[in-house]
Design a protein around this ligand. Structure first.
Ligand code: AMP
Ligand code: GLY
Length: 423
C-alpha cells in the first residue's frame, strides 16, 4: 500500500516504524516528516494545513491511505476534505473531533450519558465566570474551551491566579473567541487510555501513563508530556472494564445519538481514584509520547488494524501485543515549554541504538548544514522495551547518557509511580 503519514513528531516516527514492519511492503510517505522519519518514509515538504496540496499529492502518488497524527488538521476537517475527494483517511471527522476541539462539547456528551467526570460550568463572559469562582474552593481548574496546544489548562491554588487565568483566556492568549470552562478538581492518578473504533465496535488498546510536568516529582509547568510507559500496572482488567463500559461505550453511543459516527483512535485522559475512573478529557488521535511506547509493543500488523478500522471490520482483527514493558523518555531543549535555544548539534544516537532494546524517535530535529540539530521543544524520545519495566527503564537511561547536545534536559524519574508499586 502507499501510505501518507501527516505530522512531524516522535508519534509520527513511531507510526512510521509500525507501518514499516508490515508484510504488505508498504511504500511510506510523511508530510512534512522529520530527519528520523526519513529512515522509513519519503518526506514531503508540504504544509499540513494545505489540504488542497495534500489532496493533489495523494492523487498524484496513488496514496491508498492517509493517517493523521496531530489534532490541528483533524479538528480543521482534513478527514472530511480528503474523503470528499475519495481519499481514505484514518482520522475522525471534524464533527467527531469536537471531542478534542471543544471541552464544552465533551462535557455535554459526558453529562448527557452519565459518564463519570468532574462537574463543570462554561462561560462566555469574564465577569460571570469570576462571580462563579467566588463560590468555589481551591484548587481551581480553569480551561480554555478550544485547542490551545496543551497550554489552555490552569490549575490555580488561589483565586487571584484563577482570575488571572480567566483574563488570559478572555484576552485571547489561546486564540480569539475562546470561552472558559471552570471545572471541579479531580484527585487521583492519571491514566491515558487508548481505543480504536470503526464506528461500530470499540477495540481497547493498552493504556499508558504520561508525565505531564516538566520536572522530577511531578513539579514544574505542564508540558506536552515528558515520558510515558505501558502498560501501567494500575490498569487491571476490572478497571479496564469500567473504562470501557462507563466511559468509552457511552461516549460512542452519545455521539451516535447526535448523528455523529466516530472512526479512529479515541484517547481518554482519565483520573483514577480508588479504582474508579473519571474522564478529564478526550483526544481524537494517538498520544505523544505514549504512542512511542505503545507501538513498540504491538505484535500484530498495524497496517491491517488501520485498514480493518476503515472498512468497519475491526471485529475480525486479531490484536496481539508483545508480553513486554515499554518506556519512552523525552529529551527536551532547556527552556521548554517556554523559550528555548535551537540548533545545537546532536551526537550519539547511533551509539544509543546499539542496544537492540532501544529505539530513538525524533520529535524536534532538523538537518542544518549536514548536521542533525535539536530544533524543537521536545527533541528526541528514547524508547526501550524489556521483560520488566525496571529493565526497560535501565536501557533507556543508559542510552540517554550516550546522546548529547547543548541544552539537553529530561526527567530522571519516568515510571516512578509504577516502580514504586512494584518494588
Ligand atoms: P488537559 O489539557 O485537559 O489534559 O489538562 C492538562 C492536565 O491538567 C491534565 O493532564 C491534568 O494533569 C490536569 N487537569 C486537567 N483537568 C483536571 C481536573 N479537573 N482535575 C485535576 N487535574 C486536571
Ligand atoms: N501526551 C498527551 C497528549 O498527547 O495529548
Amino acid at each position: 500500500m502507499n501510505i501518507l503519514i501527516i505530522g512531524s513528531g516522535g508519534r509520527e516516527h513511531a507510526i512510521a516504524m509500525a507501518l514499516s514492519k508490515s508484510p504488505n511492503n508498504n511504500r511510506l510517505f510523511a508530510l512534512p516528516g522529520n530527519p528520523g522519519i526519513r529512515e522509513y518514509c519519503e518526506c514531503i515538504d508540504i504544509d499540513v494545513s494545505n489540504f488542497r496540496e495534500i489532496k493533489n499529492f495523494s492523487n498524484n502518488n496513488n496514496i491508498d491511505l492517509v493517517i493523521v497524527g496531530p489534532e490541528v488538521p483533524i479538528c480543521d476537517g482534513i478527514s472530511d476534505y480528503l474523503k470528499g475527494h475519495k481519499i481514505d483517511v484514518f482520522a475522525p471527522s471534524q464533527e467527531a473531533s469536537k471531542l478534542e476541539s471543544s471541552k464544552k462539547f465533551t462535557k455535554e456528551i459526558a453529562f448527557e450519558n452519565n459518564i463519570p467526570t468532574g462537574k463543570a460550568k462554561w462561560f462566555n463572559n469574564q465577569t460571570e465566570a469570576s462571580v462563579y469562582l467566588e463560590k468555589l474552593e481551591p484548587p481551581y481548574v480553569i480551561k480554555a474551551d478550544g485547542l490551545a496546544a496543551g497550554k489552555g489548562v490552569a490549575i490555580c491554588e488561589n483565586i487571584k491566579d484563577a482570575n488571572n487565568s480567566l483574563i488570559d483566556i478572555f484576552d485571547g492568549k489561546f486564540g480569539s473567541g475562546q470561552s472558559v470552562l471552570i471545572e471541579e478538581f479531580l484527585y487521583g492518578e492519571e491514566l491515558s487510555y487508548f481505543a480504536i473504533t470503526d464506528g461500530k465496535e470499540i477495540l481497547p488498546l493498552i493504556g499508558a501513563q504520561d508525565h505531564k510536568r516538566l520536572l522530577d516529582k511531578d513539579e514544574g509547568p505542564n508540558t506536552g508530556g515528558m515520558g510515558a510507559y505501558c502498560p501501567p500496572p494500575m490498569l487491571s482488567s476490572e478497571l479496564e472494564n469500567k473504562i470501557m463500559m462507563q466511559i468509552l461505550e457511552p461516549t460512542i453511543y452519545g455521539l451516535k445519538k447526535r448523528g455523529i459516527e466516530y472512526k479512529g483512535i479515541l484517547f481518554a485522559g482519565l483520573m483514577v481514584k480508588e479504582n474508579e475512573p473519571s474522564l478529564i478529557e478526550y483526544n481524537i488521535r494517538f498520544g505523544d509520547p505514549e504512542t512511542q511506547a505503545l507501538l513498540m509493543l504491538l505484535k500484530s500488523d498495524f497496517t491491517e488494524l488501520l485498514v480493518e478500522t476503515m472498512n468497519g471490520n475491526i471485529k475480525n482483527y486479531n490484536l496481539e501485543w508483545e508480553k513486554k514493558r515499554a518506556i519512552t523518555v523525552v529529551l527536551a531543549n532547556n527552556g521548554y515549554p517556554s523559550q528555548y535555544n535551537t540548533n545545537a548539534e546532536i551526537y550519539g544516537i547511533k551509539e544509543a541504538e546499539k542496544n537492540q532494546n532501544v529505539k530513538v524517535f525524533h520529535a524536534g530535529t532538523s538537518i542544518s548544514n549536514g548536521a542533525l540539530t535539536a530544533t524543537g521543544g521536545r527533541v528526541l524520545n528514547v524508547t526501550s522495551t524489556a521483560d520488566t519495566l525496571e529493565e526497560a527503564r535501565r536501557h533507556a537511561y543508559s542510552a540517554i547518557e550516550k546522546i548529547s547536545y547543548k541544552g539537553k534536559i529530561y526527567r530522571n524519574d519516568i515510571a516512578w509511580r509504577a516502580l514504586s508499586k512494584i518494588t
